[in-house]
Ligand binder design. Structure first.
Ligand code: 13P
Ligand code: SF4
Length: 312
């Protein structure tokens, strides 16, 4: 890319020319968040993808989110700036191993967290996100046998909250598993006026120590609307701090420390593969494109639509 180019201006121009819409997740960098037409969590962005009239959807997030957009609006061209933007949760569940796991539990229904591939969605009865997982689990009778995949931490959190005994697939998020409880407790001692808030992808001991647990949107809302507390230790991907600070400029936000202070683990390396330059190229050349077969779309659409139906 020519270094003289004003990338933001060029992207805006290309967007108009191509009738494209940019959907951005809260975990991308601040400059990309600011250029997004819709900024949201995975549930909000799935809804935005389903509703858009634009011809081209550019998804600034990770691969499974682009797939979800394609599944919900298959006649649109869906592009993502970097096909390598995966997710450790999606990677933890290969379709054939999961199909075998499912076959071992024939009397169970399958609820899958949206952080999974289209092929896992196709093997699921209902998809959930961190915003609606508890509500969707509770919509089934108490004695309904359930497999929950692929995030064992979110599954465990829901089991503890609802008293269920869902069978859990053994997957986890590499970012949310890195926080150090010991360092967080030290920080709390240093800042007794701070509340500790966490995403349910974190491990159980951390969630037990949290003052509030919620999805990205719930965490944003909690900080924004909290009149009693002005300081928060935040255990979720650091990209969210940009929007949190914008929404609540008077609040002090402290990123929760990871076990290894030098690893930059608070950043999701997959989300951070999105850059302004790659966005420009993706829009200009309309690739890389998310491509799914008609069969993949038909099979994976049902459980996502079921989620949208149940979720309020
Ligand atoms: P949300 O469902 O809160 O957007 O989270 C997505 C994600 O990837 C969390 O790590
Ligand atoms: Fe996946 Fe974790 Fe990155 Fe979210 S933060 S996209 S769950 S690896």
């Amino acid at each position: 890319v020519n270094p003289e180019l004003d990338l933001v201006a060029e992207i805006k121009k290309l967007k108009k020319e191509k009738n494209a819409v940019i959907l951005g997740h809260y975990y991308i960098t601040g400059d990309l968040q600011d250029i997004s037409d819709h900024l949201g969590d995975s549930l909000g962005l799935a809804r935005a993808a389903a509703d858009t009239d634009a011809e081209v959807i550019v998804f600034l997030g990770v691969h499974f989110m682009g797939e979800t957009a394609k599944i919900l609006n298959p006649h649109k061209k869906v592009i993502i700036p970097d096909l390598k933007a995966s997710c450790s949760l999606a990677e933890s569940a290969p379709a054939d191993a999961f199909a075998a796991f499912k076959a071992q539990h024939p009397d169970h229904i399958v609820l899958s967290y949206i952080n999974c591939t289209a092929d896992i969605k196709a093997l699921s009865d209902v998809i959930v996100t961190s915003s609606n997982a508890v509500q969707i689990v509770e919509s089934f009778p108490k004695d309904q046998k359930i497999i929950f995949a692929p995030d064992k931490n979110l599954g465990n959190y829901i089991n503890n909250l609802t008293g269920r005994e869902m069978v859990l697939w053994d997957g986890a998020c590499i970012v949310h598993e890195q926080y150090s409880l010991e360092k967080i407790l030290d920080l709390k001692e240093e800042h007794p006026d701070a509340e500790f808030i966490a995403h349910p992808e974190c491990e159980r001991p951390l969630l037990m120590a949290a003052d509030f647990v919620g999805s990205t949107t719930a965490l944003l809302r909690y900080v924004e609307q909290n009149n009693k507390c002005n300081k928060f230790i935040v255990a979720t991907e650091s990209g969210i701090l940009h929007q949190m600070q914008k929404n609540a400029p008077s609040k002090t936000l402290i990123p929760a420390p990871s076990v290894d202070a030098t690893c930059g683990c608070n950043d999701c390396a997959f989300m951070k593969l999105n850059t302004m330059e790659k966005l420009y190229n993706a829009l200009k050349f309309e690739q890389p494109e998310i491509l799914l077969t008609d069969e993949q779309i038909a099979l994976s659409k049902k459980p996502i639509e079921k989620m949208l139906e149940i979720s309020n």
